[in-house]
Write a protein that binds this ligand. Structure first.
Ligand SMILES: C[S@@+](CC[C@H](N)C(=O)[O-])C[C@H]1O[C@@H](n2cnc3c(N)ncnc32)[C@H](O)[C@@H]1O
Length: 384
């Protein structure tokens, strides 16, 4: 077996040669996830600094070991990193890679992630869940395992389910109905977050979202965990539904797990579609994001430019309401050509509305203005 040498951050690793990135590779390594790992370095460092103590980290799906080894080498205040993987070959390469990088505080484990998390309940300040496809099979174990003031990082790559390309898998895996709309990636994040919040509530634990993003083929959420039945009940108040009208693009959030949901669009009378239950609370935390942005200067990250663009967009979005409008979709409905997004945003701002762009789509606008107001502004800007 020939090996491939890889350099990422402050770390060098070897993995068996592979033709294309896939779950079938002998040991999994995806160069497209470097941005994800770079962002994780900043998020874990920010979390460690806020906690003010050294942290124990569990990389429950280690693969080549790249993530855990980077956490060990590039984050200060880490007492131990446990890198776990079910695959004997992944564990063999993780050992070699740990030696290659001379990491001292790394423990390597080979078991099913559910077992590792349950057996080591209460041991970790940070758990990273980065499986193939859906993380849903592991959420009960991590909910059982995590203690108060801990950080949970979750990656999901089954975006077709979360975004509603395939409805049934989303219902099966996340117990929620997806909405295939122009803002489906944000909905996907909210469905995953809602599923995590509901699962943690069973264990009398609450979640708060520090940072989330949808990039390329995956979604990633960072949750802060607290213990307490009352806090869990409180956090479930963030659950609800979104109704969407395909004809006129009207959408509305409705809080609650058994709310009254109108089946007709209040604007045009068309039958509405319903998505949820999902998380309607904040999905970005501006202080946490500002902290991550500040820390980026101190770290050697190859993806710094891309990462700063993403973090700054997420920061802009952090105070905005749920969902966004796509300028091109609204213009298609109005049957007019699209004005500049910056002009539309400026007009909305001049009229006193909250407005921002969004990292989900270059043509997306987040605002508290009504759709009627947005359409009026677009029409006024139209030269035809
Ligand atoms: C997406 S890869 C992890 C990538 C790695 N975190 C990184 O950043 O490069 C998923 C890994 O999970 C492992 N795996 C699959 N099922 C598992 C399970 N039930 N418990 C633990 N590891 C598992 C696979 O062997 C694979 O190495």
């Amino acid at each position: 077996m020939n090996n491939k040498h890889i350099q990422e951050g402050l770390v060098k690793i070897i993995v068996p040669e592979f033709d294309k990135v896939s779950a079938k590779a002998p040991v999994f390594y995806n160069p497209a996830m470097e941005l994800n790992r770079d962002l994780s370095i900043l998020a874990l460092q920010k979390f460690q600094m806020d906690l003010g103590e050294d942290i124990n980290v569990c990389d429950a799906f280690g693969g080549s070991g790249i993530r855990g080894i980077r956490y060990s080498k590039e984050i200060s205040g880490v007492s131990k990193v446990v890198v776990n993987d079910i695959s004997p070959l992944a564990v063999k390469f993780t050992k070699e890679n740990a030696n290659l990088n001379e990491v001292e505080n790394l423990e390597i484990s080979q078991t099913d992630a559910n077992m590792a998390l349950r057996e080591r309940r209460g041991e970790f300040d940070v758990v990273d869940i980065d499986p193939f496809g859906t993380p849903s099979y592991f959420i009960d174990s991590v909910a059982n395992s995590l203690k108060s003031d801990s950080l949970l990082c979750i990656t999901a790559t089954d975006t077709s389910a979360l975004c509603g390309t395939y409805k049934e898998p989303c219902i099966r895996k996340y117990n929620a109905v997806p909405l295939k709309t122009e803002y489906c990636h944000e909905n996907g994040i909210r469905i995953l977050a809602g599923f995590v919040a509901m699962t943690f509530a069973k264990y009398k634990k609450s979640v708060l979202i520090k940072f989330s993003h949808s990039s390329e083929h995956y979604m990633r959420i960072y949750f802060q965990i607290q213990k307490g039945a009352k806090e869990a009940d409180e956090s479930l108040k963030n659950m609800g539904f979104i109704i969407h009208c395909r004809k006129c693009l009207f959408r509305q959030t409705i809080n609650g797990l058994a709310p009254h949901i109108p089946d007709k669009c209040p604007e045009c009378g068309e039958k509405t579609r319903v998505g949820g239950p999902l998380w309607l609370g904040h999905i970005q935390d501006s202080d946490f994001l500002e902290g991550m942005i500040g820390l980026s200067e101190e770290k050697e990250l190859n993806k710094e430019k891309q990462l700063l663009k993403l973090l700054n967009r997420c920061l802009e979005e952090s105070k905005m309401p749920a969902t966004y409008y796509d300028l091109h979709v609204v213009c298609k409905k109005l049957k007019i050509s699209s004005p500049s997004i910056l002009d539309v945003m400026e007009m909305l701002e001049n009229e006193g509305f909250l407005v921002s762009r969004t990292h989900y789509r270059p043509t997306g606008i987040k605002t508290d203005a009504s759709l009627t107001k947005i359409e009026e502004i677009i029409e006024n800007l139209n030269p035809d």
